[in-house]
Ligand binder design. Structure first.
Ligand SMILES: [Zn+2]
Length: 270
C-alpha cells in the first residue's frame, strides 16, 4: 500500500502577516485562504480523503474573525482531519531564542487543543518557512536560515527536536538537503522519507504541490510513504504547482490509477 501524507500549511492572517511577503499583504488574501479551506473540506469529505492541517496557534484563540477562527478549526478536526501546530505566529525560528521557540510550541499546542476540545491531540509540528533547513548531524547547512548554528542555537534541527519532545510533540516535518542530496548523489524518494530520530517521527518534506512530476513519481515508484505539502492560499493562483487545477488532476490521477493508494494522517504512522 502506498501511503500519501498530505499536509496543508494553513497560515491564517497572522501567518500571512508574518510570512515572507508582509509588504504584499492585503485583506483579499486572508479571505481567499479561508474560502479555499472551506471548499477543500467539502471536497475531501466527498472523496473520503483525510489529511493534516498545520495551523498557527494564534488563529485558534478566541478573538476577532477572520484573524481568529477556533470554531472553524474545530469543524476541520471533527471531519476527521489531523490538526498540527504551525507555530504560534509564523515566526522565523532560527534567529529566536530557545525560550521563545519553547513558548511558541507550548502555546500553539494548548490553544489548538482547546479549540478542538481534545487534550494531547496536537502531536505534530510543521515549522514556519520550513526553517531551519540546517541539520548539522545530518550534514545539512543552509545559509538561507539567516541564523546559523552555532551562533544561533535554534538554527539546528537537532535542538528543535529536543524542544519538541519536551512539549509533547511526536512528529515534525523537516526540510533539509545535505551535500549528497544537493548534488543528487543519494538515491532518494523525491517526496522525502519518513523515519524516527531521537524518539520523534521525522517526515522529510521535499515536495510542494501537485503537478505531473509528483504524480508520475508516485505512480512509477514503490515507496511506502509519500509526503506532500501545499498551501490553501496558493489554490487561487494559476500556473503554480499548488493550484486547484493541479490538485484536482493529482486526485483524479491517483484515484483512477487502480494502484493500492491510501491517504493517511501523520499520527497514524507513529
Ligand atoms: Zn506557513
Amino acid at each position: 500500500m502506498k501511503k500519501i501524507i498530505l499536509i496543508w500549511d494553513f497560515d491564517g492572517p497572522i501567518g500571512q502577516i508574518n510570512s515572507s511577503y508582509p509588504y504584499n499583504f492585503n485583506f483579499e488574501n486572508i479571505e481567499k485562504e479561508i474560502e479555499n479551506v472551506k471548499w477543500l473540506i467539502d471536497f475531501l469529505e466527498e472523496n473520503k480523503i483525510k489529511c493534516c492541517f498545520a495551523i498557527t496557534g494564534f488563529s485558534a484563540e478566541n478573538g476577532t474573525y477572520p484573524f481568529c477562527f477556533p470554531d472553524f478549526i474545530n469543524e476541520i478536526a471533527k471531519k476527521g482531519h489531523e490538526i498540527a501546530s504551525h507555530s504560534w505566529k509564523h515566526e522565523w525560528t532560527p534567529i529566536f531564542k530557545e525560550e521563545q521557540v519553547h513558548k511558541s510550541l507550548k502555546r500553539s499546542k494548548l490553544s489548538l487543543e482547546k479549540a478542538i476540545e481534545k487534550d494531547d491531540s496536537v502531536l505534530g509540528f510543521v515549522p514556519p518557512h520550513n526553517r531551519p533547513m540546517t541539520w548539522v548531524r545530518r550534514g545539512a547547512f543552509s545559509l538561507g536560515d539567516r541564523g546559523l548554528w552555532p551562533f544561533f542555537k535554534m538554527g539546528d534541527n537537532q535542538n528543535l527536536l529536543k524542544l519538541l519532545k519536551t512539549n509533547g510533540y511526536k512528529w515534525v516535518r523537516v526540510s533539509y538537503k545535505n551535500i549528497f542530496m544537493k548534488f543528487g548523489l543519494q538515491q532518494k524518494n523525491r517526496t522525502g522519507r519518513v523515519f524516527k530520530q531521537d524518539g520523534v517521527l521525522i517526515l522529510e518534506n521535499h515536495y510542494t504541490g501537485f503537478d505531473e512530476v509528483v504524480v508520475n513519481h508516485i505512480l512509477t515508484t514503490d515507496y511506502e510513504t509519500y509526503t506532500i505539502s501545499a498551501h490553501p492560499y496558493m489554490f487561487s493562483l494559476e500556473n503554480k504547482k499548488e493550484s486547484k487545477k493541479n490538485f484536482l488532476y493529482f486526485i483524479e490521477q491517483l484515484m483512477n490509477s487502480n494502484q493500492p493508494i491510501s491517504f493517511v494522517l501523520p499520527s497514524e504512522l507513529l
